[in-house]
Design a protein around this ligand. Structure first.
Ligand SMILES: Cc1cc2nc3c(=O)[nH]c(=O)nc-3n(C[C@H](O)[C@H](O)[C@H](O)COP(=O)(O)O)c2cc1C
Length: 399
């Protein structure tokens, strides 16, 4: 949680999404931030300062010109106090003025006077958003190192679908968190390819063989790699909420996953094989649903699948290759053998026979093996924290 104990100014401007700023501020307070709110005069047409005063337990700044009581100029004191400044929602008007460095009210003066990182979440009518003037101003904000949280497409206040909608408050915070962490991340500018989920091997058009993998660990690794600044390509059998900036490709079978991995691995620096791939698949996929017969027994012939990790290990050039070993017995012995036979640089082993840390659980405990180190035991922790620890170890080894 990067917002805990942070001093944060939220600037609310005069768009219809101003009511969502109340949810946004409440979420920041919930995440442990100390929040002060500044409102433009247009914003006060949409929502009252009192709402924010109650939510933040702080006074709200609505203008610059009032008697000096505390021995300091209040808007300058606020500008210096802030660790982070959000503009949620940001009107086209405020964005245009920000791009020009105009400071004709309290909000804009604080923005200009503060060295804190600024995050702008535009929300407006789709025509206003697409107007070349707005797009030019957004480019200027990118250029000035201001984070812009892009509006989403959805139902606009005008009563139709269009681009210009404010993302949900939790999404604004999650996206900002990843982008701020990534700025100084240990894998900045690296390209990471990750596989996730259990593969599905079709028997007929409606049935398949699979395993208990939930894909949670692969998705956690994708998020942790993105937080570390990497550009991340995830190849997955399971569709989950994905961290900002992670690109995903959906596949079903091991063969499909193999084909995608092989086409993306040449453009990767690090490959993490976190998917639970099937060693075998049915020799034939029936064209029609297989019918029940009078026989009490049925035999399914299986043939071997390609070994994705071993193939990458064999053909790797500059890539750092990380495998996972999910075992139910003799964890270290199997993992050590896998490290050597698959040509991996790192092997992450976990005991999936335990229900508290296994496939579907939210927690994990792993042992990390490399050729040059003694096994490193990580504590029981959430899959995301486990993923962050693994990514840090990879970064240390790779760099
Ligand atoms: C009902 C209504 C809704 C508005 N919604 C938006 C909006 O979503 N986005 C926007 O950029 N401007 C919107 N505007 C226009 C702004 O309120 C106007 O440009 C104002 O000058 C912005 O002032 P500010 O940037 O100082 O807050 C809206 C105006 C009205 C009357």
């Amino acid at each position: 949680m990067i917002y805990e104990n942070k001093q944060i100014i939220v600037i609310v401007t005069g768009g219809i999404a101003a009511y969502k700023a109340a949810y946004f501020v409440r979420e920041l307070v919930k995440q442990g931030a100390v929040v002060r709110v500044v409102m433009t005069s247009s914003a006060q047409q949409f929502i009252t300062p009192f709402t924010f005063e109650v939510l933040t337990q702080q006074s709200v700044m609505t203008d610059m010109f009032h008697p000096i009581k505390t021995g300091s100029v209040q808007h300058i004191e606020w500008a210096q106090w802030a660790d982070l400044i959000f503009v949620v929602p940001a009107t086209a008007n405020l964005i245009a003025k920000m791009a020009q460095g105009i400071a004709d009210d309290a909000a804009l003066t604080i923005i200009l006077a503060s060295q804190a990182q600024k995050v702008v979440a535009p929300a407006m009518n789709d025509q206003m958003w697409e107007n070349p003037a707005t797009q030019r101003n957004i480019q200027q904000l990118h250029h000035d190192n201001i984070l812009v949280i892009m509006p989403t497409t959805g139902f606009l206040a005008e009563g139709y679908e269009g681009k210009g909608r404010l993302p949900e408050p939790v999404d604004i915070l999650a996206q900002t968190e990843i982008r701020l962490l990534a700025q100084n991340g240990a894998l900045k500018n690296q390209r990471v390819l990750i596989t996730a989920g259990g593969t599905r091997e079709a028997l007929d058009p409606v049935r398949f063989l699979t395993n208990r993998s939930s894909g949670k660990m692969g998705y956690a690794l994708a998020q942790a790699a993105a937080e570390a600044g990497a550009s991340v390509q995830l190849i997955t059998t399971i569709n989950r909420n994905v961290a900002y900036s992670v690109k995903t490709i959906m596949v079903e079978s091991t063969q499909e996953m193999y084909d995608q991995v092989m086409s993306h691995v040449p453009d990767s620096d690090i490959f993490i094989s976190a998917a639970a791939v099937a060693d075998y698949r049915p020799a034939q996929k029936a064209d029609q649903k297989i019918k029940k017969t009078d026989d009490n027994n049925m035999t399914i012939n299986l043939v071997k699948n390609p070994d994705i990790l071993a193939e990458v290990g064999r053909h790797k050039r500059q890539q750092y290759v990380v495998g996972f070993a999910a075992e139910t017995q003799d964890l270290l012995a199997y993992a050590d053998a896998k490290l050597k036979t698959k040509g991996a640089d790192m092997l992450v082993a976990n005991d999936v026979s335990r229900s508290d840390i296994g496939f579907s659980s939210d927690d994990n405990q792993v042992v990390v093996l490399t050729a040059s180190h003694e096994p490193q035991y990580l504590p029981v922790q959430s899959k995301l924290d486990t993923a962050r620890a693994i990514i840090q170890l990879i970064a240390k080894e790779y760099n």
